[in-house]
Ligand binder design. Sequence first.
Ligand SMILES: [Zn+2]
Length: 214
Amino acid sequence: MSNLPDALLTGYRNFMNGRYAAETEHYKSLAREGQSPETLVIACCDSRAAPETIFDAGPGELFVLRNVANLVPPYSPDGEFHSTSAALEFAVQALKVKNIVVMGHGRCGGIRAALDPNATPLSPGDFIGKWMSLVGPAAETVSGNDMMTKSERQTALERISIRYSIANLRTFPCVQILEQKGRLEIFGAWFDISAGELWVMDRTTGDFERTGTV
Ligand SMILES: [Zn+2]
């Protein structure tokens, strides 16, 4: 009996024989010199929207922070356990990343739950409801719009929550100061799982535009 699920052990062997074998020197130098990723990606935990896969990133390239629905809470140094804020602080202050990308995605379960509080997984747990209440007011406004279809409401809230998280990023003093000095740039993106489309937020208007692939 193995100590890990077979699929993981098989995947690990493939990794060692494939990518690690091909990039051994790169891994060794990253181990020697430490990491210096230029970009922090804040993404959802969703298994279908892994930033390293979507951006075809190698080891050491992306510092990835994933949570339910890729949300950034407002800056609130209140002595509680803030995993997202801690990772953000580390990326900005210790690693000195140059870019932050908040990347949402289509068919997000967290966003779906926020739009329908009676649906799982929002109802039973101790934490998801509280976490998703970050976008509660926006969810309420979008839910009340009968002119939109259910999927339009879902996409709308996915994109609104990206803009909301970006606004919250700027409540962190370290982010605000570095952005003002021109040493940090903030971006928004939205990934559509079914078609593989990446939509990038226009930083002036907040609109999302599909990015080309050639
Ligand atoms: Zn999601």
